[in-house]
Design a protein around this ligand. Structure first.
Ligand code: BES
Ligand code: ZN
Length: 862
């Protein structure tokens, strides 16, 4: 945190208005040359200009003023501040100027700045594309610039590239001109005024499909050569979502074109560069025979997310990274609006709760969480907040707000916000003001309690029947993972209540704006259940008395209680278990009421909770007992669904089958594993191709008892496909091998040239998730830390690796070891993750100590 104090933002005495930027990448020597001339406003007399530059060599800097030439005295670089300071012979007067740089750099292999991305031609030749990834603070690695989101300017971009390469940037091509030596110069139209982190160029070989949205925007999806049909799904989503957002926000997309492109080496999932959105291949490409339903769904969400940023982030941008959540939380909410509109059959808002909301609560109850709005300065601090809090909590509190003010006022407010601040920068308050204006509700007062303080409340509820009235006492305190109670914090909580009288409806609606409040419900019998937070909309947990919980159980069994309420109930109880406020056995008893459950998302939520328990019990001798419990729980639903998809089966049943069979494989259900292996065999022998939705499970079934031969067979399969999704599926399944010697080979494989750096992390994580590989991967990490640090420096991939390699330990001894290790070894951008992991290890240890005996007793009774 000390970095925050030392680090300074750029001085604002000189500001950029416009950049002419020319880049000449050399895709064979992995270098690039660049020239930029920046039109600047000199606001105060100065003899110095400081701007950002990092890892580029500036060979020349000059300045031209309207009637004056001032010589450059020197340029000084600060790697610490990532800046270049140009000092001039004389003071520059207030006014306009033209600042010119000539520079060159390396097309690096770190997936940031201007970097190289490896691909293979259809004939198997290895080649490289030149790609940019600038968010959050890496435009400065490509050209000298004011690399802060508030320093917006326009850009005229020019690329000098080989004749036979595709050259793309944010805007359409304005002019192309052939040069000698087989080169050509491509000039692009001027961009609107925008932030540097959204500038992008791509040079490489691609095919594309194209379409036009109903509002006249040219949409293209660029794919590897020979695979353009894999772009069709994303093309459909993108062309449909542009007019949907235009209508929703009542603001048009301002650029004439929208390109989506699959980049082979890509560190994040996708990046919203204005007009040229870049994606990991697996987040964009759909191969109809080989893409699973869950992947397709995730692609739709991702496309919806990045296109949402074109308004939220690109047109209106946060003033500084402290307000990053405005971008990411908001886009993470809107992506669900998009998918709900395009694919109503996905029931995506229900999935929101397991995918976004419960994950947010999970990390936000830690002492090492952070408020949504958090001071950050140094780039390593900025990188760190692309996390569950900015994304998942951000989206969850927006969803809560959306329910609180209603869709109509929400849209009205969004329109006010976007039109008022277009081409400018904002803070969180600007959003609240617009929504408050539209709704006449105290948005700022309510929302600041959610955005400015970390954590969330638990609402405890007591109930008393008086005649035909029910008197409820609700009180709030902070929910903490270790079960400690704190009443220092206080939230304005929009609360709704439903009852047995009308399960899907809201009986009462109010703001809990005190520590505790008494609410009376009329006309209700003493047998009627009460559900707090119907729809699981409020960002809080609910703690019921055991009588109230008992009353809800029949409604769970009969599924009279809506899916989101069934889901919320079990997830809340499980969180209480982890916090020591309920027993593991109580949660398992409640799960009993879900045996007839049919809803995919409810199962997915139960599965998340049981996976945590499975990890915990992997430290004990209860593994087999728990496996038996799991088989018993999931087998009936697997039998009901069968192995083969029904004709016209719903998307959600397809997802459910995949989930359930996967679980049964992991519980080592003999029948399921046997059938899975049989189907795998037919698959590799080309007798019957496995549907993509079942492949992960079947691969794992085949591998978990496998030997050297099985491993080799799997590698062969890996080498035989050029579909990234399939490679991911296979390489991650390798983690389920139980033979430690082979697992070591998996780690070597993960680090080999055969696995891209962006994917290695996930293969190693897959090994770490296997109890047999847990200690080994941690040892591996410590022994290879330098190499890993070098490869992933400053990226969130490293943070993710550390999280999954450490957080599943469950003893004080391990907590101390991890703590000690990271005290003596510094990993920038991962400090908070490390603290969270250590905290989680201690929570695991406490949970295990507390509940082992009673859990054992429960499992033995089964
Ligand atoms: N703006 C981010 C990309 C990004 C992430 C840049 C981290 C710098 C650091 C983009 O909009 C994003 O959020 N991508 C997600 C995928 C999305 C579907 C949630 C990602 O990359 O995980
Ligand atoms: Zn985003």
């Amino acid at each position: 945190m000390s970095k925050t104090k030392e680090f300074k933002r750029l001085p604002k005495n000189v500001l950029p208005k416009h950049y002419n930027l020319e880049l000449t990448p050399d895709l064979e020597a992995f270098k690039f040359k660049g020239r930029t001339s920046i039109s600047i406003d000199i606001l105060e007399r100065t003899n110095q200009i400081t701007l950002n530059a990092l890892d580029i060599e500036i060979s020349k800097a000059t300045i031209a003023l309207s009637d004056l030439i001032v010589e450059t005295k020197n340029i000084e670089f600060s790697t610490e501040n990532e800046t270049a300071t140009v000092t001039f012979e004389k003071e520059l007067p207030v006014g306009k100027g033209e600042l010119n740089f000539v520079f060159n750099g390396e097309l690096n292999d770190k997936m940031k700045g201007f970097y190289r991305s490896k691909y293979f031609t259809p004939s198997g030749e290895e080649r490289y594309a030149g790609v940019t990834q600038f968010e959050a603070t890496d435009a400065r690695r490509c050209f000298p610039c004011w690399d802060e989101p508030a320093c917006k300017a326009t850009f005229d971009i020019t690329l000098v590239v080989s004749q036979d390469r595709v050259a793309l940037s944010n805007m359409p091509v304005k002019k192309e001109e052939a040069l000698e030596n087989g080169l050509r110069k491509v000039e692009f139209d001027r961009t609107p005024i925008m932030s540097t982190y959204l500038v992008a160029v791509v040079v490489g070989e691609y095919d594309f499909v194209e379409g036009k949205s109903s509002d006249g925007i040219l949409v293209r999806v660029f794919t590897p050569v020979g695979k353009k049909e894999q772009g069709l799904f994303a093309l459909e989503v993108a062309t449909k979502v542009l007019p949907y957002y235009k209508d929703y926000f009542n603001v048009a997309y301002p650029l004439p074109k929208m390109d989506l492109i699959a980049i082979a080496d890509f560190s994040a999932g996708a990046m919203e560069n204005w007009g040229l959105v870049t994606y990991r291949e697996t987040y964009l490409l759909v191969d109809s025979a080989n893409t699973s339903s869950i992947r397709k769904q995730s692609i739709a969400l991702t496309v919806g997310h990045e296109i949402a940023h074109q308004w939220f982030g690109n047109l209106v941008t946060m003033e500084w990274w402290t307000h990053l959540w405005l971008n990411e939380g908001y886009a993470s909410f809107v992506e669900f609006l998009c998918v709900n509109h395009l694919f109503p059959e996905y029931d995506i808002w229900t999935q929101f709760v397991t995918d976004m909301y419960t994950r947010a609560l999970e990390s936000d109850c830690l002492k090492n969480s952070h408020p949504i709005e958090v001071p950050v300065n140094h780039p390593s601090e900025v990188d760190e907040i692309f996390d569950e809090i900015s994304y998942n909590k951000g989206a969850s509190v927006i969803r809560m707000l959306h329910h609180y003010i209603g869709d109509e006022d929400f849209r009205k407010g969004m329109n006010i916000y976007l039109t008022r601040h277009q081409y400018q920068n904002t803070c969180t308050e600007d959003l609240w003001n617009a929504l408050q204006e539209a709704s006449s509700k105290p948005v700022a007062a309510v929302m600041s309690t959610w955005v400015k303080q970390m954590g969330f409340p638990v609402v405890s509820v007591k109930s008393e029947q008086k005649g035909n009235q029910r008197v409820l006492t609700l009180s709030q305190s902070k929910f903490m993972a270790d079960g400690s109670k704190s009443t220092d914090e206080f939230w304005m909580i929009p609360i709704a209540i439903s009852t047995a009288k009308a399960p899907g409806e809201i009986a009462k609606n109010f703001i809990l704006d005190e520590r505790s409040k008494i609410i009376t419900l009329d006309d209700i019998s003493e047998n009627d259940w009460i559900k707090i937070n119907p729809g699981t909309v409020g960002y809080f947990r609910t703690s019921y008395t055991s009588e109230m919980l008992l009353q809800l159980i029949p409604a769970v069994k009969s599924m009279q209680l809506p899916a989101l309420d069934r889901l919320g109930l079990i997830d809340d109880l499980f969180a209480m278990v982890q916090a020591g406020q309920a027993k593991t056995a109580d949660a398992l008893k409640l799960i009993d009421a879900y045996r007839n459950e049919t809803n995919y998302t409810v199962w997915s939520s139960i599965t998340n909770s049981l996976c945590k328990l499975q990890v915990l019990l992997s430290h004990t001798d209860l593994v087999e007992n728990f496996n038996r419990y799991g088989v018993n729980l999931y087998k009936p639903i697997a039998d009901r669904l069968g192995w083969d998809a029904k004709e016209n089966e719903s998307h959600l049943d397809t997802l459910l089958r995949s989930l359930v069979i996967n679980r049964l494989v992991s519980f080592r259900c003999p029948k399921i594993c046997e059938e899975a292996k049989r189907r795998f065999k037919e698959h590799v022998e080309n007798v019957k191709v496995l549907p993509a939705d079942l492949r992960s499970a079947c691969y794992k079934a085949n591998l978990q008892d496998g030997d050297e031969k099985t491993y080799e067979e799997m590698l062969k399969l890996y080498r035989s496909t050029d579909l990234h999704e399939e490679k991911d599926r296979i390489s991650r399944a390798l983690g389920s091998i139980r033979n430690i010697e082979i697992l070591k080979k998996v780690i070597d494989f993960a680090m080999s040239d055969e696995v891209r750096a962006q994917d290695s992390v996930f293969v190693i994580v897959a090994v770490a998730m296997n109890a047999k590989g847990r200690d080994m991967t941690w040892e591996f990490f410590k022994q290879n830390s330098e190499k890993l640090l070098q490869q992933y420096q400053g990226g969130f991939l490293l943070a993710r690796l550390i999280k999954y390699l450490t957080e599943n330990f469950a003893s004080e001894e391990r907590a101390l070891e991890v703590e000690e290790y990271f005290k003596t070894n510094e990993f920038p951008s991962t400090e908070r993750t490390v603290s969270q992991s250590i905290e989680t290890i201690r929570l695991n240890a406490a949970w295990l100590n507390r509940d082992l005996d009673s859990t054992k007793e429960y499992l033995l009774q089964q």
